[in-house]
Ligand binder design. Structure first.
Ligand code: DAK
Length: 262
């Protein structure tokens, strides 16, 4: 609950980690302590071979994350702001680069740096009280943690422009309609929903899930022919893994597969 431990890491079930931004008194706003704690937690998760899926969420029902900490930013000069933006980019890039799937479980406000945090995750689910937005222009700012770029890629340039230029907040249903989130759950139920998806992912062949994530992430930034080459190579490489042999053998033998992550 306290700023002394602004990010908690739980392991509710094997292979699944839940990262909780835990600063509810400030609607989980991202200050330096939160970003540092997030960076350390993500670095530890990146090195965990037993990990299958990561969920990112915010403490309390009122907010996922209401943005970067405005009080902190109010005292910054351009140099400090650049350092802050670089830290934010580094942390969100590290989340995006995690080798396993990441899921944002969004309840309440998901604004500014919070929306950017959700955008760094592979999947986003929202409770019906979720509100998504990039309201930085109201403060005389623009998104500083990747929002001007990741948002366009996820929802298309015109919808992103509308959000970034007007600061308008989207309710959960509208966010789903534009592709900013997937399913919308009742209030308070989004973490359980994310856990169910994480459980499903965790039951799949780990080597395949990691390969699929990597190929999709690299491919989207590459020309199509290059991206197809990534896919062919990764597909072929899986035939050298025990898990692919096991998965196909289990299907042929009509039994459940027992994957070993190798
Ligand atoms: N930062 C700091 N504190 C925040 C906060 C935030 N983003 N959002 C809320 N809080 C704090 C409030 O100050 C309040 O604290 P106390 O007064 O109780 O001490 C507490 O959380 C509860 O908030 P409210 O009392 O305001 O709650 P309401 O239900 O009335 O309103 C709200 C909820 C989400 C509509 C409202 O709090 C709000 O408008 N918050 C600000 C939302 C926002 O503008 N978010 C975007 C932040 S800007 C960059 C790097 C990064 C960025 C930009 C540039 N560079 C370095 C270039 C990113 C920018 C952002 O994310």
């Amino acid at each position: 609950m306290s700023d002394a431990r602004p990010v908690t890491v739980d392991r509710p079930e094997p292979g699944v980690a839940v990262l909780t931004i835990d600063r509810p008194a400030a609607l989980n706003a991202l200050n330096a302590a939160v970003l540092d704690a997030l960076e350390a937690a993500v670095a530890a998760l990146a090195a965990d071979a037993d990990l299958r899926c990561v969920i990112v969420t915010g403490a309390g029902e009122k907010a996922f994350v209401a943005g970067a900490d405005i009080g902190l930013m109010a005292g910054m000069d351009p140099r400090a702001a650049l350092a802050f933006a670089e830290t934010g980019h580094r942390v969100l890039d590290a989340i995006e680069a995690l080798p396993v799937p990441t899921i944002a479980a969004v309840g309440g406000y998901c604004l500014g740096g919070g929306c950017e945090l959700a955008l760094a995750c592979d999947l986003v689910y929202a409770a019906e009280n979720a509100r998504f937005g990039q309201p930085e222009v109201k403060l005389g700012l623009i998104p500083g943690f990747g929002g001007t770029q990741r948002l366009s890629r996820r929802v298309g340039p015109m919808r992103a422009a509308e959000m970034v230029l007007s600061g308008r907040m989207l309710k959960a249903d509208e966010a789903r309609a534009v592709g900013l989130c997937l399913d919308v759950t009742p209030k308070g139920a989004v973490l359980d929903h994310a856990l169910a998806v994480a459980r499903t992912i965790a039951a799949m062949a780990p080597v395949a899930v990691r390969a699929a994530k990597q190929v999709m992430a690299r491919g989207i930034e590459a020309p199509l022919a290059t991206a197809h080459a990534y896919e062919r190579a990764a597909f072929a490489n899986l035939f050298a893994t025990a898990d692919a042999a096991e998965g196909m053998a289990a299907f042929v033998e009509k039994r459940a597969a027992a994957f070993e992550n190798r």
